[in-house]
Design a binder for this molecule. Structure first.
Ligand SMILES: O=P(O)(O)OC[C@H]1O[C@@H](O)[C@H](O)[C@@H](O)[C@@H]1O
Length: 250
């Protein structure tokens, strides 16, 4: 049913890049933030300025991960270690949380100006899943998940939410660890083997694989189908609408 194996009774959807077109907004906000940081650092150290690459740098080090993990992970790839600081650091602090807060200010400004767009094929799939009696949760690293879901008008199609705020409260590790997806399955009252994970991020499909979920759907928005498969996707589609009439082995 809906391109899923028969044992699947629940769907765990990532948000940014799967349900809403906000992965590209996050990516743009990270690019702006890291480029300003790297430029200042180059001027201070005399080292050459090498900008953040919204392709590989975003997909490998930032996409799908909790905010602070994204900061640490990308900067580590450049050999940079910042003090942790604390979550209420001001956005101009050169700490992991300061850089994260800077990016969040840029992100919120962009979302405020441009709004949130859904992927129409994903809404079609969500509706079809609801009609078919499949349980549905959103599982996102983003602390802005609740607001983005509301702005996209998707609340009524989702029955549970595990996001960056819930993860922090409950001490859940972020993707590529499976903790948040496992929490989503639990909220829906199913075993991981009965749940399908829908993910566009490499860290996200890896989390689906690590958690022993019943099926992992990779959603390829940026031309990385092979990497999605290599990180754990059972199937890769470019639009969830493609799955509506598909058998799982098709
Ligand atoms: O900074 P937020 O809104 O809590 O989001 C955390 C992460 O959420 C993920 O969904 C995005 O793929 C990442 O780009 C983002 O960094």
């Amino acid at each position: 049913m809906l391109g899923l194996p028969a044992h699947v009774t629940a769907c765990l959807f990532d948000l940014d890049g799967v349900l809403t077109q906000t992965a590209r907004v996050h990516n743009a906000a990270w690019t702006e933030t890291f480029d300003a940081f790297l430029q200042r650092r180059a001027a201070a150290t005399g080292e050459p300025y090498r900008p953040f690459d919204p392709g590989p740098d975003y997909n490998r080090y930032v996409d799908g991960k909790p905010r602070a993990d994204g900061v640490r992970s990308f900067l580590a790839s450049r050999g940079i270690v910042l003090p942790e600081g604390s979550p209420d650091d001001p956005p101009d602090a050169d700490t992991v949380h300061g850089v994260g807060n800077r990016k969040n200010a840029v992100l919120l400004k962009r979302i405020h100006t441009d709004g949130v767009e859904v992927y129409p094929g994903s809404v079609t799939y969500l509706r079809a899943a609801a009609d078919a009696g499949l349980r549905r949760a959103v599982v996102s690293a983003s602390a802005n998940c609740r607001d983005v879901v509301a702005a996209a008008g998707l609340e009524s199609l989702l029955q549970a939410r595990v996001d960056g705020v819930v993860a922090r409260e409950q001490g859940l590790r972020g993707k590529p660890h499976p903790d948040t997806f496992l929490a989503g399955a639990k909220l829906l009252g199913v075993d991981p083997a009965q749940a399908a994970v829908f993910e566009d991020a490499l860290a996200g499909v890896a989390a689906g694989r690590a958690g022993g979920f019943g099926y992992v759907v990779g959603v390829d928005r940026v031309g990385q189908a092979d990497e999605l498969r290599a990180h754990g996707a059972d199937v890769v589609v470019t639009d969830l609408a493609d799955l509506v009439d598909r058998r799982p082995d098709a």
